[in-house]
Design a protein around this ligand. Sequence first.
Ligand SMILES: *[C@@H]1O[C@H](CO)[C@@H](O)[C@H](O)[C@H]1NC(C)=O
Ligand SMILES: CC(=O)N[C@H]1CO[C@H](CO)[C@@H](O)[C@@H]1O
Ligand SMILES: [Zn+2]
Length: 490
Amino acid sequence: MKTFSSLAAALLVANCLATDLLTPEKIEAGIKTEELEHNLRNLNEIGKANGGNRAFGLPGYKASSDYVVERAQNRFAPEYDSWVQYFNHTFEQTREITLTGPDGEDVDVFTLLYNNATPLPGGTTGVLVDTPVDDERGSLCFEDQWEGVDPSGKILLIKRGVCAIADKLRIAKARGALAVVLYNQTPGMPSSATLSAINIGQIAPVGLVTLDVGEAWKARLEAGEELTVTLLVDSLFEERESWNIFAETKEGDPNNVVMLGAHLDSVQAGPGINDDGSGTSALLEIMTSLRTYHGFPNKVRFAWWGAEESGLIGSLYYTSHLSEEEADKIRFYFNYDMIGSPYPVYAVYKGDNRGDAAGAAPLLDYLTAAGYPAYYGSFGTGSDYVGFLNLGIPSSGLFTGAGGPTDPCYHLGCDTIDNISWEALTVNAKAAGVVAAQMALSLEAVPPRSKTSVNPRNKHRIRAEFEKWQVAVEEAETGHTCAHKSKNTV
Ligand SMILES: *[C@@H]1O[C@H](CO)[C@@H](O)[C@H](O)[C@H]1NC(C)=O
Ligand SMILES: CC(=O)N[C@H]1CO[C@H](CO)[C@@H](O)[C@@H]1O
Ligand SMILES: [Zn+2]
């Protein structure tokens, strides 16, 4: 039989349970489509008001950051500690790009991030050279594919796809090509990609054209015509500051942290509402829901990454500057990048780390139970999980697909509020919130970070790359290559 005081204590606990204590179900119920949409409408407006994008080094990123900071740092200050981590990176903007075709016509031409300039003001004029197509390995990324191609003093017509564009352009420059006309491997509007700051000064200038244009010119060259084209690229390069934003629950053990990340920047080509407004909005709503509840032993840390589209710069800066002790405290990392594609798939990341399953399985179970065809997909090199995988931190995340049938607006101006699956965004945000809450309550299923011998080397390599990036502009003439593979280089 209970004494009076223990009965009172039990009542207090019961009262707490009824109102305050964290459960995954409360987080699930707290995440609402209207609020997810409200954030995306605001990010869409921010894009519109800032030249159509929210990209690294441009005002749309600052405005996006203000939007997150208003909640993370100001309104939610009672429940969250927050901070900003600054870093510098080389910014590129193509100020002008034009392509004059063989009949003197203006051709629609697209640029790529970190495109190198042609001579100015006239651009570069040359005879167009047809090159062999290899749709299996990708065209002209490997020296053996260049046999019989004479690029010196000419402009090369090369097909896009499969292998890194920068590899084609590096060999082209080394072999004396003036420039490259790259034609898209699929019909329709070509999407943007990054050539990476590390390649400044190492690669031939490039103009990207549609598959139609490329195939028409190829046919004329094969028929023996001589075609002369002029490419003009005017690129601005300069060091610009950017930053990551963090918020973590005041509640919970600082030695046991569950981390959720989404990138806050977009490409320059569009406002990035699916990529990655979707993950950004999900994190904001999970943070909003979570702040009402107490009684969880582990901390939850949210990260909004900067300069992801330039090559995962913000997240690599963060992970490569963590001490061993700080890295040990991050028990799990969840990546949410593109979780509202208009024609979604339901991929759940699971990699080689035996700890990954502790986050991947409950995400998969949640989506499956909700009636969605979720499946395990392996990590690639395309998003902010890379730095965490390198540290051996157990990781997972969700992804609804990029390009092709899943998101035709990937890296284009039409990645707007009009091309989102609200259903996918909602169920994925709920899945993310439920699993974050489960881990806030218990990390028993999560093994410690795996410290294989390769990890420190990766970390040093990435730190070394930051040093190289910082001097990339000055060192433009002195030719080092780099195996760093990042997002959207193909
Ligand atoms: C970025 O560069 C600016 C200008 O050189 C400098 O003042 C600032 O301290 C740098 N920031 C970081 C985080 O290194
Ligand atoms: C690929 C796709 O679905 N694009 C759509 C994006 O939104 C605009 C505006 O509603 C539509 O016109 C596009 O068809
Ligand atoms: Zn993205």
